[in-house]
Design a protein around this ligand. Structure first.
Ligand SMILES: Cc1cc2nc3c(=O)[nH]c(=O)nc-3n(C[C@H](O)[C@H](O)[C@H](O)COP(=O)(O)OP(=O)(O)OC[C@H]3O[C@@H](n4cnc5c(N)ncnc54)[C@H](O)[C@@H]3O)c2cc1C
Length: 480
């Protein structure tokens, strides 16, 4: 996703205003319980010089009452205990947000007048076994940081298309990246997770230790608890340079018949070897036409093997521009390390769709005619994503061929829904973390059927008082 920078961060900071009875004030005046001494040192209140840097996420301007910045797991446990005490005394309406990279699309990693637990101090990355590709990473690191550490060892992990995205949010939610067809989702490579639950306990969970929690934290996002560290195995790319090299092809098409183009793109990527991945960004260009930007990735630098597939991509439509290059994996996931000021003021919607065909193309075309629609995206799934059983993790959507998403002007909810309605109608699943929609219907689509039943049962045990009920949450919905 392209970043829309709000350079005037200082001006943004001066906009802080809060009602006189807000928790931030009541904390100072003694209505909030006192912070434990160990947390006070790292607590950032609105009058603190660092507050303007920490209050917002990428998608939302926040005005939390306090930002807590734990340096290690004991302080996380204290913070969870403190949040429980505050909510016990002042009511569960006091929001509690967990933040790793701050790129969450629903904006739930900040809040108004609540507590934000910011994990950015937990950002160590350690290669445990270079040969096996195993590394340990703190939730507060970014995927750009991870790629920089892995690349010199010819290792690359499918994460997202933007390096500033946080490890904690993405590695608990899914992870649909440029290497998805060859490697699967990010969560498919997670071996162990150090997890803090609502009772303040911190422990490693994996396939043998509390396997239900391990199942749920891979796709169930924040509902299970707070992931503090991950052990992950990154695949080796087998590039000739020994530097995680890939082939990146960027094509711009002018398209006058989006259903025919989508059908052709679907046929092409379905038949392509798994090394090929394709992301499309589709924008209206007037008179019923669209401009389509394709970012195609071949997951190594074997040009002989790649050329037939990349050449075939050039015949999918009228090509306005075409470039292909061999580059290292980090080169295609920009990591600008932006200050978060709520700068990306759009709404997003997504669904998983069974088949990339003319019917989907017609739905994209219909969505693009709506005045609220900015652009639509398609990301090819299948390949290694579909190798994993739908019940093996809490990410249920293993059979669908494509993720379809729309960027929408932040207007009223009716306009946003109307803009996405044609595509929504084809959805048989959803990637909850790639959407601003946190309504019960979104949770049901993200965690349908048996996945939803199991996730609900696990989280009822792990978080009985819904401490982590921020944003998309299954238990806001009736039992299916
Ligand atoms: C510019 C941009 C590009 C993106 N590109 C991709 C992409 O290519 N592929 C893809 O799969 N997704 C993509 N996403 C979506 C992104 O992966 C999710 O929004 C993810 O949750 C962000 O993680 P974060 O740590 O940065 O978010 P944060 O804003 O810090 O957190 C978002 C939410 O995740 C949960 N959470 C955060 N940290 C933890 C933790 N340690 N333990 C448990 N729960 C936690 C909380 O509910 C929190 O509210 C993109 C988002 C943006 C804004």
């Amino acid at each position: 996703m392209a970043a829309n920078t709000d350079a005037n961060t200082e001006a943004n900071a001066t906009q802080v205003s809060r009602p006189s009875n807000s928790p931030a004030r009541t904390m100072q005046s003694g209505v909030w319980p006192d912070l434990p001494a160990a947390l006070s040192e790292q607590a950032v209140l609105p009058e603190h010089a660092d507050y303007w840097r920490l209050r917002s996420s990428y998608m939302r301007v926040g005005t939390p009452g306090v930002v807590l910045r734990p340096r290690h797991e004991d302080e996380v446990a204290l913070a969870i205990g403190y949040a429980g005490t505050v909510r016990g005394e002042l009511g569960t309406a006091v929001p509690f947000s967990v933040r790793s990279g701050g790129h969450g699309i629903s904006g739930s990693s900040t809040n108004t007048d609540g507590i934000v637990l910011d994990l950015s101090h937990l950002r160590d990355i350690e290669l445990l076994d270079v040969q096996a590709g195993t590394f340990r990473v703190g939730a507060g690191a970014t995927w750009g940081d991870v790629a920089a550490v892995l690349t010199p060892h010819d290792l690359a992990l499918s994460t997202g298309n933007f390096g500033d995205t946080g490890v904690g949010g993405l590695a608990t939610a899914g992870g649909v990246g440029y290497l998805a067809r060859s490697q699967g989702l990010t969560i498919d490579h997670v071996q162990r997770v150090k997890l803090a639950t609502a009772d303040g306990r911190v422990r490693w969970v994996d396939a043998h230790h509390e396997p239900d929690l391990f199942w749920a934290v891979r796709g169930g996002a924040t509902q299970v608890g707070i992931a503090l560290e991950f052990e992950i195995t990154a695949p080796r790319l087998h590039s000739s340079s020994g530097d995680a090299a890939i082939i990146h092809q960027h094509i711009q098409y002018q398209v006058s018949d989006l259903p025919a183009f989508t059908e052709a793109w679907g046929d092409w990527i379905r038949a392509a070897p798994r090394e090929a991945e394709s992301f499309l960004m589709i924008q209206p260009a007037g008179n019923g036409r669209a401009v389509v930007e394709a970012r195609n990735v071949w997951a190594n630098d074997d040009t002989d093997a790649a050329i037939p597939t990349l050449q075939a991509a050039e015949s999918l439509g009228r090509v306005l521009g075409n470039q292909a290059q061999i580059c290292s994996y980090p080169a295609i996931i920009p990591t600008p390390r932006q200050q978060h000021t709520g700068q990306q003021r759009i709404q997003m919607r997504d669904v998983l769709v069974d088949r990339a065909d003319a019917e989907l193309g017609a739905a994209l075309a219909a969505s693009l005619t709506h005045s609220a629609t900015l652009l639509t995206e398609l990301r090819a799934l299948g390949g290694a994503v579909s190798d994993v059983d739908a019940l093996a993790t809490a990410w249920a959507g293993r059979h669908q061929e494509v993720l379809a998403a729309t960027w929408v002007h932040p207007r009223d909810i009716a306009a946003i829904d109307a803009s996405f309605a044609p595509i929504q109608a084809l959805g048989t699943g959803m990637y909850g973390a790639y959407s601003s929609d946190t309504r019960p219907s979104a949770a049901q689509l993200t965690w349908p059927g048996e996945t939803g039943r199991k996730l609900r049962a696990v989280t009822e045990q792990a978080d009985p008082d819904l401490l982590f009920d921020q944003g998309l949450h299954l238990r806001a919905t009736p039992t299916q």
